[in-house]
Design a binder for this molecule. Structure first.
Ligand SMILES: Cc1cc2nc3c(=O)[nH]c(=O)nc-3n(C[C@H](O)[C@H](O)[C@H](O)COP(=O)(O)OP(=O)(O)OC[C@H]3O[C@@H](n4cnc5c(N)ncnc54)[C@H](O)[C@@H]3O)c2cc1C
Length: 587
């Protein structure tokens, strides 16, 4: 069958999304299994092991106090029920399938991208089940402020800290580890902070350096909105793949990778200023030159931990064209050809990284589907071709490409040029977040240091091949998604992510059993906080490495009473804390 270039890109995108959907299905299955095996909740639940005040306790503010608070935030405080609770009162048909789409979920406070996070009992609210029964509040916070400006956020933080409430900061609800949800909590929703501004000249607070064309994004701005705005001003900005992920919340605070990371660094490398309401209820502009310790911490130390961000300012670049290479190898897994091609693919990675080639590759036993990008400001098409030559030569030998190494055997070009990032992104990924979401998104991942590719490409290939083999034998259909996401071109590291990331080439996402093989093989590897396993062993070392102690010090300085806590975040309560009781259902 002949596939056009865009059809192949579509197929690629589809595969990436299939990984999301597949993981959801698998995890939904696992969740169901857990629900059956754990039985009903113990009605005499243990007393909280860390100090916070939740609904039902005498310390929880009464209705008069909430009324006054509601007036102070101009009526933007809402009592919340899980979105699907409506199905237990009236038909949920009015929500139809849209209740399952990513953007729809992001647009409603009480629904999350991975609906599994909303449950905490045997009777969760389920959007697709029409029933006359009842369903529980589950893990969804009881109240939330739908903030429309920084003042709402400031009042929220003052109120929540004064009453020792469980603080929950929600933006799009994409977090794969349930870090924007929390039972018994009172939340702030930053989704409506949608202002965007382009600055001809921007000077971060306290600094003298001038950034031309910087963009300030309200913390509710989602990536597709940022890309569209930048494009309309002939600029582009480094951001995430899914349209509906937030541009200024968990993405950038976890580090944030992009298809452009090998050329321009992580999202956090491109952040030049942030406005944040800290635990003392003060709105602060922070930068490399003003409260630099906090600014360092928010660039990798994780969302929901340092305060509530109201806006983020990024550097941008003048729009320029992008070279793209896209190809698929589909062979018998046990054939010599597949292993040889895999080995060649592994071997060329250091060169790709040196040049600044980013992208994503999907690997399954017997197939390798690659989408690789090189901004023209970094290199030309000849350089991209040359960096791929050892691989494309091999593919030609096996009849996958034509002798000129430019076309697939059925005549489709593997190289293409797009006039800019936006014109590449929108047709190919513009609706990618419309995937149906359910289950929980917890996934396993590993960042692989470059030296494994340089010093022992054959050994690394063997490990990957044998892990794929194991996967096949175990009927584990979760694909291996390789993010070519090593920010190797960054000269001066100014973020708090694990520094090993800067010496790495791949961010690999797959099933736990596959990732375990990589974890065992790369003890000096790292893990991306924003896409990781709920049970990542030695997680502080994996996420932050040598930076963790310093992050803890910054945390103690800016949030001495530890109001801001998320699962496995800096300074967060032990896993056994009552705060995390809903997690046992997701693991
Ligand atoms: C379909 C999909 C695609 C993805 N693609 C990418 C990708 O290409 N690159 C990448 O790096 N990651 C990607 N991710 C991971 C994503 O970056 C993380 O899930 C991230 O945490 C989402 O942040 P959010 O603010 O949009 O979501 P939320 O779930 O709302 O928030 C995530 C975390 O950030 C905190 N937070 C949110 N807003 C604020 C705020 N204003 N102030 C302080 N804390 C805040 C929350 O408390 C929570 O801890 C993807 C995830 C999904 C589900």
């Amino acid at each position: 069958m002949r596939l056009s270039f865009s059809a192949r890109l579509y197929q690629m995108r589809h595969l990436i999304l299939s990984f999301v959907v597949l993981s959801i299905l698998l995890l939904a299955f696992c969740t169901t299994a857990t629900l059956i095996s754990t039985g009903p909740l113990n009605p005499a639940s243990p007393s909280p092991s860390d100090d916070w005040c939740r609904t039902g306790q005498s310390c929880f503010p009464n209705v008069n106090i909430f009324d006054a608070f509601n007036r102070s935030v101009n009526g933007r405080l809402f009592a919340e029920r899980p979105l699907a609770a409506v199905c237990y009162r009236e038909s949920c048909r009015k929500y139809g399938l849209s209740a399952l789409s990513g953007p729809f979920r992001a647009d409603h406070f009480s629904s999350y991208q991975y609906a599994g996070w909303e449950s905490c009992s045997d009777t969760p609210c389920v959007a697709t089940t029409i029933t006359n029964g009842s369903c529980d509040q589950g893990n969804v916070p009881n109240y939330s402020v739908h903030a429309q400006d920084a003042e709402d956020v400031r009042r929220y933080v003052q109120f929540a800290t004064a009453h020792k409430l469980r603080i929950v900061v929600k933006n799009t609800g994409h977090d794969l580890s349930g870090r924007s949800i929390g039972y018994g909590g009172v939340a702030v929703w930053t989704h409506k902070l949608k202002n965007i501004q382009l600055h001809e000249r921007f000077v971060p607070k306290g600094c003298s350096e001038v950034y031309e064309g910087a963009m300030t994004l309200g913390s509710g701005v989602q990536w597709v909105e940022a890309y569209t705005f930048a494009h309309n001003h002939s600029r582009y900005i480094v951001g995430g793949l899914a349209t509906s992920v937030g541009s200024a919340g968990g993405y950038v605070m976890g580090g944030g990778h992009s298809l452009l990371t090998p050329s321009f660094g992580l999202g956090a490398d491109n952040l030049i200023s942030m406005d944040i309401v800290t635990a003392d209820g003060v709105l602060r502009a922070i930068s490399q030159c003003h409260h630099s310790d906090l600014f360092w911490a928010v660039r990798g130390g994780g969302g929901g931990t340092w305060g509530v961000v109201t806006s983020a300012t990024y550097r941008t670049r003048a729009a320029s064209s992008i070279h793209v290479a896209s190809f698929t190898v589909s062979l018998d897994f046990t054939s010599w050809a597949f292993k040889e091609i895999l080995a060649s693919f592994v071997k060329i990675q250091p060169r790709l990284s040196e040049l600044g080639v980013g992208g994503a590759t999907t690997l399954t036993p017997g197939s390798l589907q690659a989408l690789l990008l090189l901004p023209s400001s970094q290199g030309n098409l000849t350089q991209l071709r040359e960096s791929l030559r050892p691989l494309t030569q091999l593919m030609t030998q096996y009849g996958i490409l034509t002798p000129d190494m430019n076309l697939t055997a059925d005549g489709q070009p593997i190289y293409r040029e797009y006039s800019d990032w936006y014109n590449f992104y929108v047709p190919n990924f513009g609706t990618s977040s419309d995937a149906i979401m359910g289950g929980t998104g917890g996934t396993a991942s590993r960042i692989l240091p470059a030296h494994y590719f340089i010093d022992g490409p054959t050994n690394l290939t063997d490990v990957i091949y044998s892990a794929l083999d194991e996967k096949m034998r175990a009927n584990d259909y979760y694909p291996v998604i390789i993010g070519h996401a090593g920010p190797g071109q960054v000269k001066e590291i100014q973020t708090s992510v694990n520094p090993i990331w800067y010496k790495s080439l791949w961010h690999v996402v797959s099933s736990e059993s596959f990732v375990k093989r990589l974890r065992d093989y790369t003890p000096d590897g790292a893990v991306y906080f924003g896409e990781s396993s709920l049970t990542e062993p030695n997680h502080t070392k994996a996420y932050w490495g040598e930076n963790y102690e310093r992050l803890l010090q910054v945390k103690r300085r800016w949030d001495p009473e530890n109001h801001f806590q998320v699962w496995h975040g800096v300074g967060a309560a032990q896993d056994s804390s009552d705060r995390w009781k809903c997690y046992s259902r997701q693991m």
